[in-house]
Design a protein around this ligand. Structure first.
Ligand code: FAD
Ligand code: MLT
Ligand code: ZN
Length: 510
């Protein structure tokens, strides 16, 4: 038996950031050995096992690299083995074995997470859910969709589109992220303003618990007040309590008409009054109110996301707002948007410089592409430090400016400093994405940013994670947003489900 201790091999751990976080609190776990592989081969076909372990490796380190490396290229694990089960039963048998052998498991969906939760800290077993990608049922009357956890979000949207339904969540990562990952992170995204969070739209879950037991709560009922709502615990648990294998979710009727408009603002100070005004004017048809500063816009355009607005439209714009409407009648919604634009432009002290209203599906997509492309363009520009924060709307710009000045005072800014620190996000949800682009991830920048940003957020009574979760990145910072009593209860819940600590070790809770 080749079982080895995770902790005793910590010296080989290469990533400085994660290494710090991994130094305490993680129970002694074993890693995958020859005997374990032989057992997995009884559960899964050969094609579903990728392993670099001797004597018969089925994959190279290069082939495992995409599983071991997170989307930002910031967190790098060293899993020797990736398993890709296709059924809940297979997941259950794998997990049962790992429970008995005390082998750490990292569940992984599309690996688009932004807090390092979906990659191993060291050489835990990586369980990728991508092979579980079947829609189990869709009821066009109720709109309830039941799907395997490994279904890609966009594929689900396409599946229900002919039935005139849409998914209640949408994110820039839709082409890769999986519904199980979405639920595990309690992803927010671009439609939360309209359809609410997954805590409301997820109706049921099927979960493999850390000892391999299958918890079947795959209800399709909208109302079920029979005791504790256990599924809620798994929504946002980031793989630390069990492996989500099936999701039942309430989809929404496709709106009859969708429109969007980008408004260019001369000053951030106008964002809050604009939000109030737009909300009042559009009322029930407003479905998104997204914010991005000038630096974010410039980067998205530079990297080819969406068509640039005219030079005249962007002149003097400090920031932008994208408003989407989803309503019942195109003419009615267009008229409302036209009137809104007119009112805004003709005001004595206009809140906006200009507005660009989409007039075709291609233009609609292009305006969204600017907003949705910001994340990718930041990554193309350099190494991203990403802070996903809940702060009062009025503080969005201050948080960005204060961070920029702080980095400047430490001599850590490039010459094009304005383009190095940027803010965008979901105004309607009070969710700011503060991003810093650097040439490299360095301990100096890291030390300058943390705990500085978390203390700044705490001063606004905000949250250090609005929608991306905690993962490994923020496990040490949880105390900024959860008091000691809450953290102690969270630890007790973790122990109740996973007293051996095999599920995503070192994530969420230190
Ligand atoms: P992964 O990255 O694979 O995993 C994320 C976490 O969930 C990990 O802790 C993992 O262990 C756990 N996990 C995954 N699958 C399971 C499972 N089946 N059972 C148990 N645990 C599991 N996030 C937002 O909230 N809003 C956005 O608008 C948004 N936009 C994004 C845009 C881009 C371009 C990118 C790259 C990311 C964006 N994200 C956003 C972050 C990310 O896409 C979401 O967190 C997404 O929900 C992660 O899904 P995934 O399948 O990629 O999960
Ligand atoms: C977004 O809103 O675009 C996402 O949360 C991704 C990000 O923060 O970069
Ligand atoms: Zn977001």
């Amino acid at each position: 038996m080749l079982a080895r201790h995770l902790l005793s091999r910590r010296a080989k751990f290469i990533h400085w950031n994660a290494a710090r976080l991994y130094s305490e609190g993680v129970r002694q776990l074993n890693t995958v050995g020859e005997e374990d592989l032989a057992h997995f081969a009884k559960i899964l076909p050969e094609s579903c096992i990728l392993s670099t372990l001797p004597p018969k490796p089925t994959a190279t380190n290069d082939e495992l690299a995409p599983y071991n490396t997170d989307w930002m290229g910031k967190y790098v694990g060293q899993a020797s083995t990736v398993l890709k089960p296709k059924t809940t039963q297979q997941v259950s048998e794998i997990v049962k074995w790992c429970w008995e052998r005390r082998i750490g498991i990292v569940p992984q969906g599309g690996n688009t997470g932004l807090v390092g939760g979906g990659v191993p800290l060291k050489d835990e077993l990586l369980l990728n859910l991508g092979g579980m990608n079947k829609v189990r049922s869709f009821d066009p009357v109720s709109g309830v969709l039941v799907a395997d956890a490994g279904c890609i979000l966009e594929a689900l949207s396409e599946h229900i589109a002919p039935h005139h339904h849409i998914m209640p969540l949408d994110l820039g990562a839709k082409g890769s992220c999986m519904i199980g990952g979405n639920v595990a992170t309690n992803a927010g995204g671009l439609r939360l303003l309209r359809y609410g969070s997954l805590h409301g739209t997820v109706l049921g879950l099927e979960v493999v618990l850390p000892d391999g037991t299958i918890l079947n709560q795959l209800s399709t009922l909208r109302k079920d007040n029979t005791g504790y709502d256990l599924k809620q615990l798994f929504i946002g648990s980031e793989g630390t309590l069990g492996i989500i294998t099936g999701v039942s979710i309430l989809t929404a009727a496709e709106p009859q008409a969708t429109n969007n408009i980008i408004l260019a603002l001369p000053s951030f100070d106008n964002v809050q009054p604009l939000y109030t005004k737009v909300k009042r004017h559009l009322s029930e048809i407003m479905s998104a109110f997204e914010y991005f500063d000038r630096a974010s816009y410039d980067l998205a355009i530079k990297h080819g996301h969406g068509k640039a607005l005219s030079a005249e439209d962007v002149e003097g714009a400090e920031c932008f707002v994208l408003v989407e409407t989803s309503g019942g009648k195109r003419e009615h919604d267009e008229q409302k948007l036209d009137e809104l634009l007119e009112t805004l432009m003709e005001a004595e002290e206009p809140l906006i410089n200009t507005g660009v209203l989409s007039s075709s599906p291609a233009q609609f997509a292009s305006l969204w592409a600017i907003r949705e492309g910001i994340t990718e363009s930041i990554s193309k520009e350099g190494k991203p430090y990403k802070y996903d924060l809940s702060v009062p709307i009025h503080a969005f710009k201050d948080v960005v400016d204060i961070t920029r000045e702080h980095l400047r005072s430490k001599g850590l800014l490039r010459e094009d400093a304005v383009k190095q620190v940027m803010g965008f996000g979901h105004i309607g949800d009070g969710n700011l994405h503060l991003n810093i682009v650097a040439d490299r991830f360095t301990p100096e920048i890291q030390a300058a940013l943390e705990p500085f940003i978390y203390e700044l957020v705490a001063s606004y009574k905000g949250s250090v994670s609005a929608e991306h979760g905690v993962g490994v990145m923020k496990a040490h910072a949880l105390h900024y947003s959860k008091d000691a009593t809450s953290r102690a209860l969270m630890k007790r819940i973790k122990d109740l489900f996973d007293e051996r600590g095999i599920m995503n070790p070192g994530k969420v809770l230190e």
